[in-house]
Structures are given as C-alpha cells and as structure tokens.
Ligand binder design. Structure first.
Ligand code: 13P
Length: 341
C-alpha cells in the first residue's frame, strides 16, 4: 500500500468497496449495546467489533477501510492480535475518528460546533504511528425552517478545513463529514429544504477547504443524502438519488476522488437502494460509495445479541449488508437480492 495520501484516498473509494464506520463514541456504543441488553464494557465493545473485523470475506471483498474510535485503535483481539492487524490482514485500511464530539454553539440555540482541534497535530502523529491512514471529523448541521444560521455553518466548515489540513500534513487522508441531520428535531423538513441547506453547507465547506489549502485529490467527502426529515418521509428512491446527485454536481469539485455517504438513520435497505440508484444514474465525476455505521451494523448487532454462539450469525448478517452495499456502489443492487438471502 502506497503512503501517498492521494493513493490512499483513491483506495478508500475503489469500485465495489466502501467504508465501515465502527467509530461510535463511548456514549453511542453504549446505546447500541444496551439496545440488545449487553452492558458496554471494554471487553464487550471489543468482542462486538472483533466479530465484525473477522468477517474476513466481506472485509476483503467490500470493505476498503474501517473508521475506529481511539479505544479500538489500541485494542487487542481475544487472542492478543491487535485489531488493527486483523483489519490490515483483510486488506482494509484502518482509520480513526479524531473529533471530540459536537457541543452546543454559544449564542446559537439548537446548533452545535464540533470540538477537537487543540493538540490535534500531536494526536494525528500518534495515530499515524498506530497505523491509522485516514481520519474522520463530523460537523453537525441542524435543519428546520430557521436553521441553520450561516454563522454556525461557517464555524463548522472552518473547523473541518483546519482538521483536514492538519491530517494531510500528517500523511493522513481526511474524511470531511458535514452532516445535515435527517433525524434531528423537528425532522419535518422537506427534501427540497434539505437540498437547499445541503448545497449551502457544501459550498461553504469547499470554500473553507480552499482557504485552508487542502488538497482535494487527497480527501474523501462524507455527506448526508438529500432526503426528507425523518418525520416527513415521502420522496421516492429515484427522487432522493436524483436530488442528491444534482446537489453534489453543483458543489463538489471533480478533483475529489470519492464521496462516501453516511446512513444517518435511514433503514438498511433504504440506504442501499439510494446508493445504488445514484450509481445507476451514471456519468459521475467521482466515485460514490458508503461509509455507513448503523446501516451496515444494525442487523449484525441484532443477530449477535452479545452471545458467543451467535458470532457466526452476526457475521452472516454483516457480510450480507456489506455485499448489498458493495453492489450498490456499482449501481448493481436489486431488491430481489435481499429476499434471496
Ligand atoms: P451512520 O451511517 O450510522 O449515520 O454513521 C456514520 C457516521 O460515521 C456518522 O458520523
């Protein structure tokens, strides 16, 4: 594997493959594990993630990279093998979530700013030593009739850009994730309002990336899809695909090698169907793939239930979603493939 960040970015979005987001923070993984009545201990978190990373065929065939939380980057499997080595042995690239979470933005009711820039250069150097070759930073944008404010969008875009420049300087590919929330309150916005806000957010982000001198060839964009709020869902798969691609074509420079979507609360199958429909449109200047957390893991988590005897079932569930999304990244998924499984 080349050390050039341009090559790493291209490998992350290679056709047929996508990214597994397994970087839930301690608070988020606790919620996920508690949903299956498993306490969030360090060992349970390890066992769950080890199950995913040891799904060897799926990892080899369809997962180009895995985003880790810092704890996992330094964790060892039950047999003592570093989890990072298991990921690398399956041909996937280890990555690391480096932001410190979204906190309330002062004087901006209902809006957030992502923290974590202090000492980031030092942390990136440590993460590179530990094997991470890409990173993730998520900015969160609230959407309603009155939000976001331009100043909240600008503040988040500036932080994303400084993060991205620091990553590239450290030999790490930045995943730039400005997420316009689908499932935040009130969640009753239309797909057209989402398109308008997403376009504004992406224009602001690329403006700040240019100011910060970030190399577009050596980054991956991780946006939301253009979709109705979770309490207003009605757009068809084709409408989501078309409106998302239109906004991306209007805002994302061709020099960016790839775009890897977040799933953001869509159901597993919706996230797959939308991605496949976009790729089926064809004539795209960048590759379009997945960087899903929930939409890749929900079925595996349910099948596992925290029990050793369910590891194979959990791995089958994960392998299936990975395969479906691998097909979607080539516009080749069909609903029939779900039933067949
Ligand atoms: P979801 O796919 O569950 O939205 O998570 C992806 C992610 O990494 C959000 O930061």
């Amino acid at each position: 594997m080349s050390d050039r960040i341009e090559d790493i970015a291209v490998a992350m979005v290679q056709p047929g493959q996508g990214i597994l987001a397994a970087d839930e923070s301690t608070g988020t993984i606790k919620k996920r594990l508690e949903s299956i009545h498993v306490p969030s201990t360090e060992l349970n978190r390890r066992d769950y993630r080890e199950m995913l990373f040891r799904t060897t065929d799926a990892m080899k065939d369809t997962i180009s990279g895995v985003i880790l939380f810092e704890e996992t980057l330094y964790q060892k499997a039950a047999d003592g093998t570093p989890l990072v080595d298991i990921i690398r042995a399956a041909g996937a690239i280890p990555g690391i979530k480096v932001d410190k979470g979204a906190k309330p933005l002062p004087m901006h009711e209902g809006e957030k700013i992502t923290e974590g820039l202090d000492s980031l250069a030092e942390r990136l150097s440590d993460y590179h030593d530990a094997g991470a070759r890409f990173a993730k930073w998520r900015g969160v944008i609230s959407i309603s009739r009155d939000l976001p404010t331009p100043s909240a969008v600008r503040a988040n875009a500036t932080a994303l850009a400084r993060y991205a420049a620091l990553c590239q300087q450290a030999g790490i590919v930045p995943i730039v994730e400005p997420e316009v929330l689908m499932d935040g309150a009130p969640g009753d916005h239309s797909i057209d309002r989402c398109a308008e806000v997403t376009e504004f957010v992406l224009n602001t982000v690329f403006d700040e990336l240019a100011e910060a001198r970030v190399k577009l060839e050596a980054m991956v964009l991780k946006p939301n899809m253009v979709i109705d709020g979770k309490n207003a869902r009605k757009a068809s798969v084709d409408e989501v695909a078309e409106k998302t691609v239109n906004v991306l074509k209007a805002t994302v420079p061709n020099a960016v090698p790839g775009i890897a979507f977040l799933s953001g609360g869509q159901s597993d199958e919706e996230a797959t169907a939308h991605l496949s429909a976009m790729n089926a449109l064809g004539d795209l200047p960048w590759s379009l793939t997945f960087s899903y957390g929930r939409a890749l893991q929900a079925a595996a988590l349910q099948a596992w239930q925290g029990k050793r005897e369910n590891v194979a079932a959990g791995q089958r569930a994960f392998a299936h979603r990975a395969k479906m999304n691998g097909l979607a990244s080539q516009g080749a998924w069909a609903k029939d493939f779900e039933q067949a499984a």
